[in-house]
Design a protein around this ligand. Sequence first.
Ligand code: 89V
Length: 343
Amino acid sequence: MEKLRFALFGTGFWSRFQLYGWLETGGVECVAVYNRTRSKAEAFAQEFGITAVYDDPAALLEKERLDFVDICTAVETHAALTAMAAQRGLPIVCQKPLATSLAEAKQMVAACHAAGVPLFVNENWRWQHPIRQFKHILEAGRIGKPFRARIDMISGFPVFKNQPFLADLEQFILTDLGSHTLDLARCLFGEAHTLYCQTHRVHPNIKGEDVATILMHMGEDVSVLVEMAYAENYLEREAFPQTFIFVEGSQGSLKLGVDFWIRETTADGTHARRYPPPRYHWADPAYDVVHSSIVPCQADILSGLRGGHTETNGDDNLKTVQLVFASYQSAAQRQVITDLTGF
Ligand code: 89V
């Protein structure tokens, strides 16, 4: 099968892992890179042996023969780049968070529909190996019908060191991490019917919120609590970027705990097994479970690029974006949001 030729827009911290992920997935070839700062694009291209380098996205789209584009730039550029690629009939892979607002995300999805091009979102959290195993075990049904769940990603890790722009976001943790954890909640329990959120800013020197707590009524009558923090306070044990999940069902409980242990407890007792993520030489050890999830996420996107189904397509991701911005609305108004079915 011919390799699909793509251009990578953006050469920042995440782009490197994005590209290594594609190399690991196979079946694709990065033929051009873009960064608004040419020297950054050149350094990146040299490292990966890519010859075509651009600081003008229109020129790149004009000159290169492509099968798709991968947008890994700052969120405020996603809509414009998506529109440019869609106009040229190119399928689009876009980094999360998809857009700066729900309205903008809807416009992006509509623009791709109008142009007849598929839109895929690089939403990798649901593809983390231990989380995927957790989903399979949950779906096997041995713990019965779930009625309550907790999803925690509470960390003191200094995320701003590697991604300084995060400190300047007026809307921080819900867009950066909530995009992942709310997507995960949907992936495990279905769509939300109601949502209530509270936020805090603990860091004095950042613009957005770094703590959020969300309570949702989801799917078939499950109460789901999603807790997240990047407060850089003192935790007994730092586990960044591990997500912990606890589900109570009518016949038992299921827990994803520290170091990727899954414990299933039913009338038969507790069965425990560890599901560590695969290790890749290119992954930053501090982000192992996240970076390795890029590979199955991209494999799923590749199947969509070849005409199959992708879980994290634009239409699906709109529902996650809606939860992110419903959370801001709920926190600002101190109200439960019940209008979550607008799709
Ligand atoms: O995966 C991400 O979106 C990263 C981090 C794990 C730091 O939130 O920005």
